[in-house]
Design a protein around this ligand. Structure first.
Ligand code: S3P
Length: 446
């Protein structure tokens, strides 16, 4: 599925219908990495279709895991990935640099895996990833005994010479599920105990995935502990729909009168579900139902209907549980109630500077919005006109601008729209299907 580089989004009156979003990106990365160091075969159904998770598969294949992807007969059917693992510390030296593409999760979590392998690996990425900070993994992995370095300013490429690791007790200053996961993956292959004490709870998919693959992990409040040397066993797993992808249509439904959207088979892990709380606080009518447990991950349906929008303030404590949803939540302010976010300075280190580029894009569309050093405010009462915006290579900005565009008085041209391929290649098709437009307002593609 190829997405045009430039997409014109026309306004809509509402969004309605049922939707299944692609498999969860965070969970897909973890299943692929664990399967690569497990004994035996794993089969991962509904593996995330985007470029980020393809980068992880390409890296583990370059390290000797045997990966095969069943191409679905239809474009909209999810892929099944089979991975024959190499066992704990069993990966083989790669023939060249490991290309993590746009994916910070791949680079950081794979570093944790490679820290225990006694060969030299170099992890590279695209221009956006090459600007992202890696000190946060270099510190703890070095303490565990690996030789890890990066380029100037601790930016990629990351070079790792793995070693026999020793477990550590680690208390990161910044909440980050990627960093926690890198240390836990290294700890699994280290001698002794590894403990991570988080400054605030972050998504716990690694902990759940480790348990699903047979490792004992102890969780006590914000402390996660495991003993090194536990072997993993290949598993049959199915990836829930990605709540961070669902967030785009959920915000559109919350924002536009007459909307009614139900998202099926979506992950409802409590460490990711703060979106639902914020949308309720903003006035939306939301029903959620957990209908199953897929390898330790709660899965179910969410129905979102419009309600009169109120102002919402997102406090620093809630930011780690919502970090990827903040760009689209900002767009609520362009439809109705103001949105104020603080304590989210981490947004400046994502695929783009998500504070600067988000505010610049929304302002270009006519919004009344301001940057703050650690957040932003989008004020109610100024209807958007539409216009021209740039996603700056950032998938979540491309999709957030497209959602804001639904409420504008004129069309919006999103440049760099092809960035959606990183996490949600069918985004614009799904949006077209759910958007209620007058026939004359059908979205033209440039
Ligand atoms: C992720 C953690 C978050 C998030 C990213 C995915 C993960 O990053 O923004 O999209 O899968 O662990 P940080 O760990 O940098 O907060």
């Amino acid at each position: 599925m190829r997405v045009a580089d430039r997409v014109a989004v026309s306004p809509a009156r509402a969004v309605t219908g049922e939707l299944r979003v692609p498999g969860d990106k965070s969970i897909s990365h973890r299943y692929a990495l664990l399967a690569a160091i497990a004994d035996g075969r794993s089969v991962v159904a509904n593996y995330a279709p985007g470029a980020d998770c393809a980068s992880t598969l390409a890296c583990i294949a370059a390290l000797g895991a045997i990966v095969s992807r069943t191409t679905p007969p239809r474009d909209d059917e999810p892929a099944v990935v089979t991975i024959d693992g190499r066992g704990l510390r069993g990966l083989a030296a790669p023939a060249g640099p490991l290309d993590c593409g746009n994916s910070g999760s791949t680079m950081r979590m794979l570093s944790g895996v490679l820290a225990a392998h006694p060969f030299l690996s170099t992890l590279i990425g695209d221009a956006s990833l090459s600007r992202r900070p890696m000190r946060r993994i270099i510190g703890p992995l070095t303490r565990m005994g690996a030789d890890v370095s990066a380029g100037p300013g601790d930016r990629p490429p990351v070079t790792i010479r793995g070693a026999a690791l020793t477990g550590i007790h680690f208390a990161p200053e910044t909440p980050s599920a990627q960093v926690k996961s890198a240390v836990l993956l290294a700890g699994l292959q280290a001698s002794g105990e590894t403990q991570v004490v988080e400054p605030a709870c972050t998504r716990d998919h690694t902990e759940r995935a480790l348990a699903a693959f047979g490792a004992a992990v102890t969780i006590s409040g914000r402390a996660i502990t495991l003993h090194g040397g536990q072997r993993l066993t290949g598993q049959m797993v199915r990836v829930p729909g990605d709540i961070s992808s669902a967030a785009f249509m959920a915000v559109a439904a919350a924002a536009m009168p007459g909307s009614d959207v139900t998202i099926l088979d979506v992950g409802l892990n409590p460490s990711r579900a703060a979106l639902v709380d914020v949308l309720r606080r903003a006035g939306a009518n939301i029903d959620t139902a957990v209908e199953g447990d897929w390898s330790g991950e709660p899965v179910g349906r969410v129905r979102i209907r419009h309600g009169e929008l109120r102002d919402v303030v997102i406090a620093p404590e809630q930011v780690p549980e919502l970090i990827d949803e903040l760009p689209v939540l900002a767009t609520l302010g362009t439809f109705g109630g103001s949105v104020t976010v603080s304590g989210a300075g981490e947004l400046r280190f994502k695929e783009s500077d998500r504070i600067a580029e988000l505010v610049a894009g929304l302002r270009a569309m006519g919004a009344d919005a301001d940057e703050r050093p650690d957040g932003f405010q989008v004020r109610r009462g100024k209807p958007l006109t539409g216009g021209s915006v740039h996603a700056h290579g950032d998938h979540r900005l491309a999709m957030a601008f497209a959602i804001a565009a639904l409420g504008a008085s004129g069309p919006t041209q999103v440049d760099g729209a092809d960035a959606v391929a990183v996490s949600y290649p069918s985004f614009f098709d799904d949006l077209d299907r759910l958007a209620v437009r007058s026939p004359a307002g059908a979205r033209p593609r440039a």
